[in-house]
Design a protein around this ligand. Sequence first.
Ligand code: SF4
Length: 236
Amino acid sequence: MIAVEERVQDKAEALDAQLRGASPQEILKAAIEAFPGKIALVSSFGAESAVLLHMAAGIDPDIPVLFLETGMLFGQTLDYRKSLTAQLGLTNVQDLRPDPVALSTMDPKNRLWQTSTDACCAIRKVQPLDEALLGYEAWITGRKRFQSSTRANLRVVEVNEAGQIKINPLANWSKAELDAYAAEHALPAHPLVAQGYPSIGCWPCTKPVEEGEDARSGRWSGSEKIECGIHVSHIP
Ligand code: SF4
């Protein structure tokens, strides 16, 4: 087991050294080639998701795209997930839903977020994603360094606690670069961006933010929580 973990660490370090200065498109292409049939892209279909999804569709429109359908998303997100998928020609977007038994046991009235956001995220996000990712060696995320102080040191390639490699093709990009790419390719924005939401999750835990604040400061606003738990990782 230790030998397997060391091999994963070695592969992640080699990929990171190879790709840390590459463009997002080069990173995506190299990642898809490095893990043929064993890599998925995880997308929230949120405020900036269109850029990475557009790049991925241009390289491999059949790549598995995993979408956490928590049951607590804004209706605008569900509509956007459908229309953007069709526009980009993505053929394999999969909705990951919470286990109905876990939901009926732990959150029968959909109010768990009021008493424990960690437990709510665990059954609605972490567990469904953990289960889905068992079939993959690596996954691609849309995280960027500029999003928050907690992501300021994000690597292009890292390893999570389950020993899976995570690729962050947009880690190096600025907000201006994302906006320029979206404008160049006429990508539709999530409808809530215009209403002051630069980061969009479940409706009970997402608020609009003021100009100049961290893009993610509207997530779990007023609490210590800053991540849902799917991005717990350690640096190789
Ligand atoms: S973001 Fe909020 S509503 Fe969504 S799973 Fe986490 S705690 Fe529950």
